[in-house]
Design a binder for this molecule. Sequence first.
Ligand code: FAD
Ligand code: DHB
Length: 396
Amino acid sequence: MRTQVAIVGAGPAGLMLSHLLAQAGIASIVLESRTRQAIEETIRAGVLEQGTVDVMRELGLADRMEQIGERHAGIEFRFRSRGHRIPLRDLTNGKEVTIYAQHEVIKDLVAARLAQGGEIAFGVSGVQLHDVDSARPRVTFRRSPDGPEEEIACDFIAGCDGFHGPSRQSIPTSLRREYHKTFPMGWLGILVEAPPSSAELIYCNHDRGFALVSTRSPEVQRMYIQVDAADDIANWSDDRIWTELRTRLATDDGWAPIEGPIIQKSIVGMRSFVCSPMRFGRLFLAGDAAHIVPPTGAKGLNLAVSDARVLAAAIVEFYRQNKTDLLYRYSQICLRRVWKAERFSNAMTQMLHRFPEHTPFEREIQLAELDYVTSSPHGLATIAENYVGLPIEWNA
Ligand code: FAD
Ligand code: DHB
């Protein structure tokens, strides 16, 4: 079979790309190794930047997000038992973030794509990329493990298959540089059946480690605490989790989280990763396939969407104007923004977590930094500008 763009992976990057291409009349086929149910149920990120929300609107996919999602005009940094609000909207000319779970975004994108007659093959196996450095790249795969091998001939391949997917490996190691950093901590995340403890997200630095209060709906909260990277979820009873949340989040004026039954809990590791370049021949990497950020800046999903926007624009320019300028500049345009998101995610992680190796001096420096960014108008503006999302700089 033949299509214009073969897309590997139905995460936010791949699905968003398929929609942006379809809007411009460009055909694609999405290959996804997991089932539709699995991708629609995996609990991940929750914070959408203004730019991500804008794309959902432009694509006519914002109805449920506008009903269920919550717009937040500020966030709180909490340290030394006191809260400090960062007024995002006031500091960014009206930009806000929207709290809307990643798996809800996935449900919206999948349902709309299938309703438009778009092709997403779920549960495929053995995906392999061929001739990516030629004008006729191909992807082979099987619809079921013992089914026949099928082939898609295409003009471009979008590698949107996450950190562990095969696409990145198609860039020869001699031509690709990878940057890695692993943090010594993980995040234990919970979903709780209880109303929101706070109207806005709380990022808290405490002597016992980081804590984050987020939300999902009027009935369900999302919370995280810093744990050791090697810790096992079996070590964390609900009681122990609540004790840590109460202790870390306590304020001088008696604030306490609203508790309820914990309906899901898991631990994720934290790392930074960048692959450069993000293009090889006719293969373009987008999202986690090319870069990972620690979750403290809430950037992973949003970077996947901004890559998809740049890639869609470049492919549209190719078909409409027969120009390759944006295609050649794809990696450079994306990486410029990616590195700034890496910088912000790294800075947020450094500022808000307890590091086992920190000396008392370094601990005081960390608290002074938090004091600075929450009290200086310039510090506040820097956090706000990055948190709501930096623009895509096309003329890099
Ligand atoms: P993905 O969402 O990973 O999508 C890639 C898709 O490719 C997957 O559906 C996968 O099944 C598919 N795939 C993989 N291999 C193949 C193959 N061989 N063939 C076909 N398909 C394949 N970010 C935040 O900002 N905040 C968070 O709290 C947060 N929590 C996270 C928790 C977890 C457990 C994980 C893994 C990530 C989290 N992230 C978070 C990061 C964020 O979810 C990702 O940055 C985002 O999903 C990236 O989107 P993507 O489309 O690039 O990749
Ligand atoms: C959520 C996740 C994040 O990584 C973050 O920085 C803030 C909120 C969330 O899942 O709600």
